[in-house]
Write a protein that binds this ligand. Structure first.
Ligand SMILES: *Cc1c(COP(=O)(O)O)cnc(C)c1O
Length: 404
């Protein structure tokens, strides 16, 4: 098969809609356009039945009851609903939230806002590979703690957290546990009972579904987690998220979950091999390259590398036919080094020299090999242009050792 450029290697930012997903969505734009809240005719019933089927498809993938799924506009909204919803509903019990310094902005900025409203937030540190220490979670819990929120699998560095251990601690201490699972869903196995989660955030466009739709899993346990909704109105989604549902989007999300249930294990194996090929190819051909994140506990398609002596932005711009990103997509408009890499203890220079590769469903070996070759050429050229090289590599290696 001929190689087509540009090559998409940014599957953590978003994914294309799977053809099977699009096919499932299409009838719900025109033929079955009904409002699921219309109780008096078949147009409404058809839409409602389809939405309920999608709810089942997601619940099958994560091992929950369909009634525990709240459809939203995406993981940003789900994170806001989980964190603000709990904080607002728990004012009489406490105001302390525990999270990490490497959360997605949807959690981090939500916590910042809640601090302005009087909440106390503990931002736990992570180790060099991006892992949260469950012992530190336990030590941070007080009798004022109303929520622990930890990103399940990282969008930038791919690190997968010990959710089960953290969840077990939260459960034992009676503290609700939320995880931002936008990157985890459909990529790694995730069952609500395995990780003891009370709340999980999801986004359809990270697993080959459409943009603008997501979900929040809310455990229906006793005592039930109380959430104050962000959006009031018609009382859809059991009153937790008013507004007429995005029916075609939800149908697509459901289908994407069904496809993931089917292909996830095999796909993870293929992407891990492909990722290791990319990593080995780059490390063999280019000096002064450092892995960011955990060597094994990471998302199958994720690779994050720092290229000593090269500015990440300049490298990105010189790699026009391979779509990758530096830092997370959400901060790539700013020129600052990634706050996530800084939190891992990666120095400013190496943090600014990082590239995130995201492989996915349609990535091929040919694309990987082409990318390795392009990188070798471009990194070499950029380094030849900068006078500091190769002294830079030694300087950075020293800095790295000093900070480790
Ligand atoms: C993409 C992403 C989000 C935001 O999801 P949207 O559906 O785009 O709002 C939140 N958290 C993580 C970890 C993500 O990767």
């Amino acid at each position: 098969m001929a190689l087509k450029v540009p090559i998409y290697m940014d599957y953590h930012a978003t994914t294309p809609v799977d053809p099977e997903v699009l096919e499932a969505m299409l009838p719900y734009f025109r033929e079955h356009f009904g409002n699921p809240s219309s109780r008096t005719h078949v147009f409404g019933w058809t839409a409602e039945a389809a939405v309920e089927k999608a709810r089942e498809q997601l619940s099958t993938l994560i091992g929950c009851k369909p009634m525990e799924v709240v459809f939203t506009s995406g993981a940003t909204e789900s994170n806001n609903l989980a964190v603000k919803g709990i904080a607002w509903a728990s004012r009489d019990r406490g105001n302390h939230i525990i999270t990490t310094g490497i959360e997605h902005h949807a959690v981090l900025d939500t916590c910042r806002r809640l601090e302005k409203e009087g909440c106390d937030v503990t931002y736990l540190p992570v180790d060099r590979s991006g892992l949260v220490n469950p012992v530190q979670v336990e030590q941070a819990i007080t009798d004022r703690t109303i929520l622990v929120s930890v990103i399940a699998a990282h969008n930038e560095i791919g690190t997968i957290q010990p959710l089960a251990e953290i969840g077990r601690i939260c459960k034992a201490r009676g503290v609700p546990f939320h995880a931002d699972a936008a990157q985890a869903l459909g990529r790694i196995s995730l069952r609500v009972d395995d990780v003891h989660a009370n709340l999980l955030s999801f986004s359809a466009h990270k697993l080959y579904g459409p943009k603008g739709v997501g979900a929040l899993y809310v455990r229906n346990a006793r005592p039930a987690v109380k959430l104050i909704p962000l959006i009031d109105g018609g009382g859809q989604e059991r009153g937790r998220r008013s507004g007429t549902q995005n029916v075609p989007g939800i149908i697509g999300f459901g289908k994407a979950c069904e496809v993931a249930s089917r292909v996830m294990a095999e796909e993870a194996e293929r992407l891990t091999k492909l990722r290791e090929r990319l990593k080995a190819g780059i490390l063999q051909r280019i000096d002064g390259v450092y892995l960011n994140g955990h060597p094994e506990r990471r998302l199958p398609g994720n690779l994050n590398l720092s290229f000593a002596g090269v500015d990440g932005e300049a490298l990105l711009l010189s790699m026009k036919d391979v779509a990758v990103s530096s830092g997370s997509a959400c901060t790539s408009t700013r020129m600052e080094p990634s706050y996530v890499l800084l939190a891992l203890g990666v120095g400013g220079e190496l943090a600014s020299a990082s590239i995130r590769f995201g492989l996915g469903r349609w990535s091929t070996e040919e694309e990987v090999d082409y990318t390795i070759e392009k990188l070798r050429e471009r990194v070499g050229r950029l380094r030849a242009m900068s006078s500091g090289w190769p002294g830079t590599v030694e300087r950075m290696a020293n800095a790295r050792q000093a900070s480790a």
